[in-house]
Design a binder for this molecule. Structure first.
Ligand code: SAM
Ligand code: SF4
Length: 508
């Protein structure tokens, strides 16, 4: 699933963060202790791409708090600007370079007025392009990949102390290592959380799909240890989270080590998280069909906190194209998994990613994709024109014309939109449990999500924020639902769904 999110507006919308000025002057940050005279400084982070980048941006902001950085909502006021980038499609990379062009002006204005503005490029574009970024944009101060941001406080200190020779010179610091010690060992504890919180459990990928840069930018597949995840999960819940969204590029390939040294699968981890007092909902994304094992499907039937919604990308409905994409399964395998999921959890809503115009895709292949979509019936889905990524096998093959890709994408999206609208319409006159996540700035309405991941908005008192309440659905559009708070909710207290959780439990 791909989103393009401005981190700051994301945080404001979630109404969840109040980043505090800390008076701490020393920070342990990966490679050493920083002695820093405390000053108040502003930080602007723009986040491109997937939820993992949103998670990383959140952690970067927290890592920089002890240096005195507070988030602001405009680049023009910021002392440090971070672009946390995505390399999945070509346009995203070009967007970063044009954004850097715009930000250059701010850096130059700062220099002229004696104020040092630091400019940083993080994430997968930084990982893939490395020093090329400094070559194309020499005014950039920091370039660091997704695996090194725990060293960010040190890098920022170094850049702050470096001499800026001219108005177009940056500090030129580059860190695109895949370090032995992982960033997860250095992340700060969450003291405030949004109602729905991301929790990264796995990163990287070994599958090497023909079209995808992830194995090159995020590295090989690695799972966080169980204890570390449980610790972060418990902290997030203490800090206000009611829903955990477990993240990974291939989240269902999770195989982290427990305290006793045994490997846990995603289903085992979900069952353990389901025991935490106060955790109402669990979701996970993004999954690969090959890793959708029996135990995970069973968890959908047996873990009440696991929501009846699954994003399970197939990319194409053509066996020929699945082979060309190196997806390692065929259409029948995927359909069988969906059948098993529906048998385990009959109301499960399904989502997928689709790529149109991969090299070699014929009209017949595309017709197979349309047929599959009609057969499955998705509640929502994401679709993209194939974008050649340097270094990936498919980028060296003969490419389809953009006109063909655009035509196919339009046809596909029309069908997916119709399915989403139809799914949403079926909810009218039903009552849905909604986790209330935020209050909308534009009209003051509350919004949240149904179990099936639909956005729903309604009028209600602010005290319902963070609550799980019944909403009667009255209207539906392609993208959202509109409803009314069920009367009984006016009198309802705080809801705790789970059994007691003992932190002293024994692990298998
Ligand atoms: N691991 C997940 C899986 O295997 O389905 C997907 C993760 S990938 C980061 C997110 C989505 O981006 C993919 O499912 C795919 O649809 C899309 N994507 C990746 N590379 C792409 C490319 N070169 N062109 C267009 N879309 C691409
Ligand atoms: Fe990319 Fe394929 Fe890995 Fe998904 S499974 S992250 S699409 S290489």
């Amino acid at each position: 699933m791909i989103l393009c999110v401005c981190f700051n507006s994301f945080l404001r919308k979630l109404n969840c963060f109040e980043l505090h000025l800390s008076l701490v002057c020393n920070i342990m940050a990966g490679s050493g202790v920083i002695e820093n005279p405390k000053e108040n400084k502003t930080l602007f982070i723009k986040t491109y791409g997937c939820q993992m980048n949103v998670y990383d941006s959140d952690k970067m902001a927290k890592l920089l708090e002890p240096l005195g950085f507070i988030l602001c909502n405009s680049a023009s006021n910021a002392d440090l600007i971070i672009l946390n980038t995505c390399h999945i499609r070509e346009k995203a990379t070009e967007k970063v370079f044009s954004e850097l062009g715009r930000l250059r002006k701010l850096k130059m204005e700062g220099f002229k007025s004696g104020r040092k503005v630091l400019l940083a490029v993080a994430g997968c574009v930084a990982q893939a392009e490395g020093s090329e970024i400094i070559t194309r944009a020499p005014y950039v101060d920091l370039v660091f990949g997704p695996q090194t941001y725990h060293r960010l406080p040190n890098m920022v200190m170094e850049a702050t102390n470096s001499r800026q020779e001219s108005e177009i010179n940056g500090a030129g610091i580059i860190d695109t290592d895949f370090p032995v010690e992982t960033k997860f060992d250095h992340l700060p504890t969450d003291t405030k959380s949004s109602t729905s919180a991301f929790l990264s459990i796995q990163e990287g990928c070994d599958k090497f799909c023909s079209f995808c840069v992830v194995p090159y930018t995020r590295g090989t597949e690695a799972s966080r240890p169980v204890e570390q995840i449980l610790h972060e999960g418990i902290n997030l819940i203490k800090a206000g989270a009611k829903e955990l969204v477990l993240l990974g590029q291939n989240v269902n390939a999770y195989h982290g080590l427990s305290k006793s040294g045994k490997e846990w699968s995603l289903s085992r981890l979900i069952r353990e998280l389901g025991e935490i007092d106060g955790l109402a909902r669990i979701r996970y994304t993004t999954s690969h069909p090959k890793d959708m094992d029996h135990e995970l499907i069973k968890a959908h039937a047996e873990v009440p906190q696991l929501m009846p919604y699954l994003h399970l990308p197939i990319q194409t409905g053509s066996d020929r194209m699945l082979k060309a994409m190196n997806r390692k399964h065929n259409v029948a395998f995927y359909v069988k998994i969906i059948e098993k999921l529906r048998a385990a959890r009959p109301d499960i809503a399904l989502s997928s990613d689709f790529i149109v115009g991969h090299p070699g895709e014929t009209d017949n292949d595309f017709a197979d994709t349309i047929r599959l979509i009609m057969e499955i019936g998705y509640s929502q889905a994401y679709s993209f024109k194939y974008s050649p990524r340097p270094g990936t096998p498919a980028s060296n093959l003969e490419q389809l014309s953009d006109a063909t890709k655009s035509d196919r994408l339009q046809t596909l999206q029309q069908l997916l939109n119709e399915q989403q609208f139809s799914f949403n319409r079926q909810c009218i006159n039903t009552s849905q449990k909604v986790l209330v996540e935020r209050r909308r700035d534009r009209d003051g309405r509350l919004t949240g999500r149904t179990p099936f991941m639909q956005n729903i908005s309604f009028d209600g008192p602010i005290r319902l924020l963070g609550e799980l309440i019944d909403i009667n659905v009255e209207q539906a559009t392609e993208k959202s639902l509109f409803g009314r708070v069920a009367i009984k909710e006016q009198y309802r207290g705080h809801m705790i769904m789970n059994k007691n959780y003992s932190e002293g439990r024994k692990h298998a």
